[in-house]
Write a protein that binds this ligand. Structure first.
Ligand SMILES: C[S@@+](CC[C@H](N)C(=O)[O-])C[C@H]1O[C@@H](n2cnc3c(N)ncnc32)[C@H](O)[C@@H]1O
Length: 261
C-alpha cells in the first residue's frame, strides 16, 4: 500500500473559492429528476460538498467518506446532517446501493481507474448517478517541473518513492469503460485562476500535489532549498505579473454517468 498523504485542512482551504467552483459546476449537472435516498461523497475532505448535498436533498441519507482523520475532524465541525466515515475508497462497499456517488478532486489519487470506475458505477442502484471531477494537472508544466525538481537535487533519493498525483486516463477511456453500464456525459473545463500574493503556486501546491514530497522533507533547510529550486523552475511559465497577479490555468475533467435502469 502506498504512503498515506498527510492532509492539512487549513492549507487546503486557503484556495477554497477556486476549488469550490468545479465542485459546484459538477453538482449543478446532476440530473434534476434524481431523487436520491442514499448519497455518498467519496474523498469528501473537509465536508463542504457533502453538507451542500444534504441541504439540497433533505430526504436523503448522506455519507461523507475520507481516509484522512484530519479532514474528517474538520468535516464533523460543520454539524451537517451527514454520516462521516473514515475509510479507503478502494474498500468502498456500501450495504445499500447508492443513488448518487459524488466525488470531487479525489479519484486522481487512486490507481487502476479502469477497474475502479467500473466498480463504483456498478455499485449504483439502477438509474443512479456517478458524478466525478478530477484535475488534469499531471501533464501541466507546473506538475512536470515538480517531478523534475524532486528527481534532481540532494533530496532525489528521499523523494524517489513519493507517490504524487497520478495521470488520469483519456476522456474516451472513461467513456469506453462506463458506457456498457451507464449513459455517460464527459466534458473538460480549463479555469484561469487569478492568484494573488508572492508565491501563490507554491502555496496552492503545498495544499495538494506537493504534499507527498514535502512530508518526506522533515528538515526545514532542505524543504526551503527544494521549494526554492521549484520556484526557479516555474518562474518562466507562471510569472507574477506587473499587477501582482499570477495567472494559473487549471484544466479539469468531469464525468456524469447514469446507470442503466
Ligand atoms: C483534494 S482533496 C478533495 C476534498 C473534497 N472532495 C473537495 O473537493 O474539497 C482529496 C481528498 O481525497 C481524500 N482521499 C485521497 N485518497 C483517498 C482514498 N484512497 N480513500 C479515501 N479518501 C481519499 C483525501 O484524504 C482528501 O481529503
Amino acid at each position: 500500500m502506498s504512503e498515506a498523504v498527510a492532509w492539512d485542512p487549513d492549507q487546503y482551504a486557503r484556495y477554497r473559492i477556486y476549488r469550490d467552483r468545479p465542485a459546484l459546476d459538477l453538482m449543478v449537472q446532476i440530473p434534476a429528476d434524481l431523487a436520491p435516498r442514499q448519497i455518498w461523497d467519496l474523498g469528501c475532505g473537509a465536508g463542504e460538498q457533502a453538507a451542500a448535498l444534504a441541504a439540497r436533498h433533505p430526504q436523503a441519507h448522506v455519507h461523507g467518506l475520507d481516509s484522512s482523520p484530519h479532514m474528517l475532524e474538520e468535516a464533523r465541525s460543520l454539524k451537517a446532517d451527514v454520516t462521516w466515515v473514515q475509510d479507503d475508497i478502494d474498500q468502498f462497499s456500501p450495504h445499500v446501493a447508492p443513488d448518487l456517488i459524488f466525488t470531487n478532486a479525489a479519484l486522481q489519487w487512486l490507481p487502476s481507474h479502469a477497474a475502479l470506475f467500473s466498480r463504483l458505477v456498478g455499485l449504483l442502484a439502477p438509474g443512479g448517478v456517478f458524478a466525478c471531477q478530477m484535475p488534469l494537472s499531471f501533464s501541466q508544466s507546473w506538475h512536470e517541473k515538480l517531478r523534475e525538481t524532486a528527481a534532481h537535487g540532494p533530496w532525489a533519493e528521499k523523494l524517489s518513492g513519493a507517490r504524487g498525483v497520478q495521470p488520469v486516463a483519456r476522456a474516451q477511456d472513461y467513456y469506453d469503460w462506463l458506457c456498457p453500464l451507464a449513459s455517460v456525459d464527459i466534458w473538460t473545463t480549463t479555469y484561469l485562476h487569478v492568484l494573488q500574493g508572492e508565491d501563490p503556486v507554491i502555496d496552492w501546491m503545498s495544499g495538494t500535489g506537493m504534499r507527498p514530497y514535502l512530508q518526506r522533507l522533515s528538515d526545514a533547510d532542505e524543504r526551503e532549498a527544494f521549494l526554492s529550486a521549484y520556484r526557479t523552475r516555474i518562474a518562466t511559465d507562471l510569472p507574477r505579473r506587473a499587477d501582482g497577479t499570477t495567472l494559473f490555468p487549471f484544466p479539469r475533467l468531469f464525468i456524469m454517468a447514469r446507470r442503466h435502469a
